[in-house]
Design a binder for this molecule. Structure first.
Ligand code: C5P
Length: 211
């Protein structure tokens, strides 16, 4: 069983995907972390995330055991991620790892939940269930802003909003696997939903699709 969860940043897709994975005891892969790891590696090596050679080298050297590093959660890694993610050779180099995770989930799990931008369209076009999770950009910015403040980090709402708009624009306008809902995905708009409502909506849909 493969469940694809795509959508823009701060839409709630990560929280939802993780919860679905726990509920069904499936393996979970946050594919954004892969792009973040590659972008961050280029930066720490002193390179430019838009330099295809540097980014490809970092992608080829990806060590999946580093995906839980705390520095990958910040905005610096997010911006670098969206730059390396626009490079076709980088996406191609990372595809195999994601496909293998979906086809043979670790620890003998009977299914996998992957979240990202192109899971339903490119990584797992034959996924059993495809969800596209979205929300108004102002609401996503409010959530991200609150999350940062709750963590005790400095945050200025208009900057958070602009950063999300910039990232949405880069992710949606690129020619390589742009952010978009698969034709057979159900769209869950979480603007006016709390995480429990989003989860209940997703479970209903999963049950309809899979019996
Ligand atoms: O989901 P997250 O915000 O961690 O993703 C960081 C960036 O990685 C995104 O803005 C996007 O550019 C890129 N990404 C991607 N394809 C994926 C997952 C993430 O292009 N499947």
């Amino acid at each position: 069983m493969i469940i694809a969860v795509d959508g823009p940043a701060a839409s709630g897709k990560g929280t939802l995907a993780r919860r679905i994975a726990v509920h069904f005891q499936y393996a979970y892969l946050d594919t954004g972390k892969i792009y973040r790891a590659v972008g961050y590696r280029v930066l720490t090596d002193g390179g430019d995330p838009q330099d295809v050679d540097a980014a490809l080298q970092a992608a080829q050297a990806l060590d999946p055991s580093t995906l839980d590093s705390p520095e990958l959660t910040g905005d610096v890694a997010a911006v670098a991620a969206s730059k390396v993610a626009a490079l076709e050779p980088v996406r191609a180099a990372l595809l195999d790892f994601q496909k293998r995770f979906a086809a043979s989930p670790p620890k003998g799990a009977k299914g996998a939940v992957l979240d990202g931008r192109d899971i339903g369209t490119v990584v797992c076009p034959d996924a059993d269930v495809k969800l596209f999770v979205t929300a108004d950009v102002e609401e996503r910015a409010r959530r991200r802003h609150k999350e940062l403040l709750d963590k005790g980090e400095p945050s200025i709402y208009p900057r958070v909003l602009q950063a999300l708009k910039d990232r949405d624009a880069r992710d949606s306008s690129r020619s390589a696997a742009p952010l978009k809902a698969a034709a057979d995905a159900i769209v869950i708009d979480t603007t006016a939903m709390d995480p429990d409502e989003a989860f209940a909506t997703a479970l209903d849909f999963i049950q309809q699709r899979t019996g």
